[in-house]
Design a protein around this ligand. Structure first.
Ligand SMILES: Nc1nc2c(c(=O)[nH]1)N[C@H]1C(S)=C(S)[C@@H](COP(=O)(O)OP(=O)(O)OC[C@H]3O[C@@H](n4cnc5c(=O)[nH]c(N)nc54)[C@H](O)[C@@H]3O)O[C@H]1N2
Ligand SMILES: Nc1nc2c(c(=O)[nH]1)N[C@H]1C(S)=C(S)[C@@H](COP(=O)(O)OP(=O)(O)OC[C@H]3O[C@@H](n4cnc5c(=O)[nH]c(N)nc54)[C@H](O)[C@@H]3O)O[C@H]1N2
Ligand SMILES: [Mo]
Length: 886
């Protein structure tokens, strides 16, 4: 700490603190225009100059660190005069009226504060209005370059460029094309930092600045960025990043920042409805609840509790998912409860809990900056977890070696030291070969293995057979590259692995993740900062919904039914059914055989998202009672539901989400539930009461539910709502003085002191290409749309991505006589779908890629029946197809 005097006041600061930060930290106000804490300081605007006793000339406070004994003056008459002069110079050319239109912009605030009026001409022609969310008017640019810097330094997109020099300097979107057509990923960072009216969101221009901000958590992906939601007139108006959010650190992606219009979409369903004849009839809540309660009772009495299945929601809160599984087990009396972790990272949870004792990410996002090598395995974070993707991209730009394993050339592959463009479904072979190199070349961490890993002898024996030369042709990767990847990962410690669905959504999904854990164990990359095995979990609360017990074999806290039954029976004062529960896939199998009579799907649109949709449709159509609880009439609801319960969105209720780094974060009510919609937990509790089981479901608030969760989940016991006010807590957090756990398995594994290396044989996918089906379809996602599309497709994100496309290599396209925009029929052994072609350099000849976001395309009409051999997760990543012209 150094002692500094600021305007006569003595204070202490950490060494390296800049004068500007010191002044602001001690509550002082100091104008600046080029500064943003998210950026490297540049000291160019001269507004933050201060006088330091003993130094002749004023210094730029944003680039000058404090020093012991420094005596700083921030507001001498000379400094204030020079600030006013600077502002006058800038205002001379600044359009009149611009400052009044957006009084909250930084430059506009300083103009007002120093009593300076803009005197320039308005040049409306300078405006670029081609972007759906951002208005550009460079006649209001003051050349602070914050947009250029944030786009490069935070998002890594390099859209904004400086053109020309001196008087003719202009800032333009790359290539000078209209901004809306540029490489912009619409993260909003530039408008967020722009201190003038040059870059602004349309929102405040259209509907005015919000009157208040409510801090909550983003409703989209498992990254879990905190957001400030702007409200006025009882409506959600804007979203901006929380500057001190532990995850986003003042950054968001397009969806979190802008794609919230779904909340007030005109077709949001806001009344309970019952399907009668060919129509949906709006009914009252008591009517809808009575109807469902009676039908469920009747079905339970007639066919038994296991003829009913419930699906929790990866989009709803922890509290709601806790109630969903408690409802299934206590009120219905079945373990038939699942959620869409099943089709996603269930293999990760299974593999990691089997091997390490905890089924969740070992490390935290903050380790990205600590890692000395990053392995991105079967994941596409710049599109699917963009805030994490941007951090990984920045690490690569700084020179951290990056290895990407993906059959497609993803954006990160462009930044990678090494991209292994693997043939889909050959990961176990490839990972074994990497392990083989690590062992054979003496790169294994023998001390770590001796202390903490078992079955080392047997593993060495086994892995010897997996030389890269043997697997290279199966994997479609050069054996030299496999060796190079092994060396990068094993030598550049700590090495951090992020993985995604490219590993899990396969017949060997669970085993693939086990192979990744093997690599971390072999190299001692576990239990250390900057290392570990880290699944990039899918939705906002998919980690939480499974963790709360929306899984047939697990109770809250991922505690197994077999081990924790007694704890829960005591807490719930109710027996827990003994019959093993069915997962989603098994429920569908049962339904197809006429054995599942009721299904309650909460925030999960299974028809378009489950693989092999036609089979799903056949199954659904045999179920007597389907209740869909959602914001919208989903495809499942349209095709097969009898009752629709309108749920409140995450902006309309309190609760918590759990992100992919095990962080529990608050979800706060920003606006009232739209229409008659209700929080999911309230609906479940009302049905419990109507079924004659109010006890255990008489909650008044989400916090009351959370406190019950804490009482049955020892590793979460210390996470109170009050503590969450300070920015979320990572479990394990066993008591209220525990700080939370950013890093797992440090001294010992969750399951004990030693864990075993796994010997896993590679078994090729049963889905093979042949003359009739010569191409391999890979499915996945894209930046601007989200999963079943119910939310993003109701926003202006359609501007960038109106429909799913079939990405094909240029060579294959010309072979089939196809070009971008041509519509084709993709046909598999299971069904077909029609969608336009997009010729793309990202896929290899023989592979095609498509997203599954658009209900018009219904891509899962094409995918097949194969499943992970441990968790039943569908093999979405490989389907043999052919293309037919239309
Ligand atoms: N914009 C956007 N973001 C999302 C979502 C969204 O729909 N849109 N969905 C959210 C959800 S639910 C999830 S689960 C996450 C998923 O996030 P990711 O795990 O990144 O999901 P995918 O894009 O499905 O697949 C990742 C990558 O796996 C590659 N891959 C395919 N087959 C193989 C293979 O055999 N081996 C290897 N090594 N790689 C393979 C694909 O080419 C793809 O680039 O994203 C979340 N975030
Ligand atoms: N071909 C192919 N198919 C896939 C995949 C793939 O890679 N390829 N990936 C799979 C994966 S990983 C996943 S996770 C699934 C995703 O499949 P889904 O879970 O069906 O998709 P989501 O879009 O995440 O959202 C589900 C629903 O939740 C609703 N919702 C949002 N908030 C709330 C709320 O607070 N309460 C309630 N009740 N509802 C709410 C939304 O309106 C939406 O209808 O798709 C799977 N399907
Ligand atoms: Mo997912």
């Amino acid at each position: 700490m150094v002692e500094v005097t600021i305007n006569g006041q003595v204070s202490h600061f950490v060494e390296g603190t800049t004068i500007l930060d010191a002044v602001r930290a001690s509550g002082g106000e100091l104008p600046s225009l080029c500064h943003d804490p998210r950026l490297k300081p540049c000291g160019s605007c001269r507004l933050c100059l201060v006088e330091v006793v003993g130094i002749d000339r004023p210094v730029a406070s944003c680039v000058t660190p404090v020093a012991a004994g420094m005596d700083v003056r921030t507001h001498t008459p000379a400094l204030e005069r020079s600030r006013e002069t600077l502002l006058r110079l800038l205002a001379a050319r600044y359009p009149t009226g611009a400052a009044e239109a957006l009084p909250n912009k930084e430059f506009h605030r300083w103009l007002a504060r120093y009593g300076v009026k803009a005197a320039g001409v308005n040049e409306p022609t300078a405006a670029d209005e081609s972007h759906p969310y951002i208005r550009v008017d460079m006649s209001q640019c003051i050349y602070c370059y914050r947009c250029v810097r944030i786009c490069a330094e935070v998002q890594g997109q390099f859209v904004w460029r400086v053109q020309n020099r001196a008087d003719r300097t202009r800032i333009v979107a790359n290539s000078g094309a209209p901004f809306g057509l540029s490489q912009c990923v619409s993260c909003g960072a530039c408008t967020d930092t722009c201190p003038t009216g040059a870059l602004t969101d349309w929102q405040p221009l259209d509907v005015g600045e919000p009157l208040s901000l409510v801090r909550t958590t983003c409703p989209y992906c498992g990254t879990g960025c905190e957001i400030d939601a702007g409200v006025s007139g009882g409506r959600l108006r804007s979203v901006i990043p929380v500057q001190d959010g532990p995850v986003g650190k003042g950054h968001l992606c397009n969806k979190g920042r802008y794609a919230f219009e779904y909340v007030s979409a005109p077709d949001r369903v806001v009344h309970p409805m019952i399907h009668m004849g060919d129509n949906w009839l709006e009914v009252s809540w008591p009517e809808a609840i009575r109807f469902v309660a009676e039908r469920l009772k009747r079905i339970r009495d007639q066919y038994g509790p296991d003829s009913i299945g419930i699906l929790g929601s990866a989009r709803a809160t922890n509290e709601e998912n806790y109630i969903a599984q408690k409802f299934a087990r206590v009120v219905i009396g079945t373990n038939n409860i699942d959620c869409c972790a099943r089709v996603c990272h269930a293999p990760t949870a299974a593999a990691m809990s089997a091997m390490l004792g905890a089924g969740a990410a070992t490390n935290s996002y903050d380790d990205i900056e600590r890692a000395r090598t990053i392995l991105v395995y079967g994941a596409n974070p710049t599109e699917n977890h963009p805030v994490i993707g941007a951090r990984i991209k920045q690490a690569a730009l700084r020179g951290t070696p990056l290895v990407v394993v993906d059959p497609r050339r993803t954006e990160l592959a462009d930044y990678a030291t090494l991209h292994l463009q693997i043939c889909p479904g050959t990961d176990v072979a490839l990972l074994n070969a990497i392990a083989c190199v690590i062992v054979a070349e003496g790169l294994a961490d023998i001390d770590f293995i001796a202390a903490r890993a078992g079955d080392w002898e047997q593993f060495q024996q086994f892995i010897r057979e997996w030389q890269p030369e043997r697997v290279a042709s199966h994997c479609g990767v050069a054996h030299e590259d496999i060796r190079a990847a092994a060396r990068l990962y094993a030598k550049g410690k700590p090495a951090m692995c992020f993985h995604g669905l490219g590993v899990t959504e396969h017949t060997q999904g669970t085993e693939g993740v086990m192979c990744l854990v093997n690599l971390a164990l072999l190299t001692g990359n576990i239990g250390k900062p900057g290392a570990g095995v880290n699944p990039l979990r899918g939705q906002n609360n998919v980690q939480g919904s499974a963790h709360m017990g929306c899984e047939p074999d697990h109770l809250t806290g991922y505690q197994t039914l077999s081990a924790s039954r007694e704890l829960f029976e005591t807490a719930w004062r109710s027996p827990i059914p003994a019959t093993p529960g069915k997962n989603l896939l098994a429920m569908m199998d049962d339904a197809a055989l006429g054995r599942l009579h009721a299904l309650w799907a909460i925030g999960y649109d299974i028809l378009p998202t489950n693989a092999n949709s036609w089979q799903t449709l056949r199954a659904l159509s045999r179920i007597n009672l389907i209740v869909v609880q959602d914001l919208f009439l989903t495809e499942t609801a349209r095709a097969a539901a009898t009752v629709f319960f309108p749920a409140a969105s995450s902006f309309e209720k309190d609760g918590t989400f759990m992100n992919a780094e095990r962080r529990v974060q608050p979800v706060r009510k920003v606006i009232d539930p739209l229409g008659e919609s209700r929080p999911d937990w309230a609906i479940l509790c009302a049905v419990a009461a109507a079924m004659g089981h109010p006890e255990g479901f008489e909650f008044e608030s989400a916090e009351e539910i959370w406190n019950e969760i804490r009482s049955v989940w020892p590793a979460g016991a210390g996470i109170t709502y009050r503590r969450l006010e300070q920015g979320g807590l990572q479990w394990p957090c066993p008591d209220e003085s525990h700080p939370g756990t950013p890093l797992l398995h440090e001294e010992r594994f969750s399951s004990g002191p030693r864990v075993s290396l796994r010997r896993i044989e590679w078994r090729p996918s049963p889905e093979t290409t042949d003359i009739a089906f010569p191409l391999r379809l890979i499915t996945g996602r894209t930046l601007f749309q989200f999963n079943c599309g119910t939310m993003t497709a109701r926003t202006q994100n359609n501007f960038w991505r109106e429909t799913d496309t079939l990405d094909i290599s240029a060579g294959d396209a010309s072979r089939y006589g196809l070009s971008t925009g041509t519509k084709v029929r993709v046909v598999s052994r299971y069904g077909s779908a029609e969608l336009p072609i997009r010729v793309s350099g990202s896929v290899r000849s023989g592979d095609v890629f498509a997203t599954f976001h658009s209900p018009r395309v219904f891509l899962n009409g094409v995918t097949g029946p194969h499943r992970d051999n441990t968790t039943a997760t569908p093999e979405y990543k490989i389907t043999a197809v052919r293309l037919e012209p239309l």
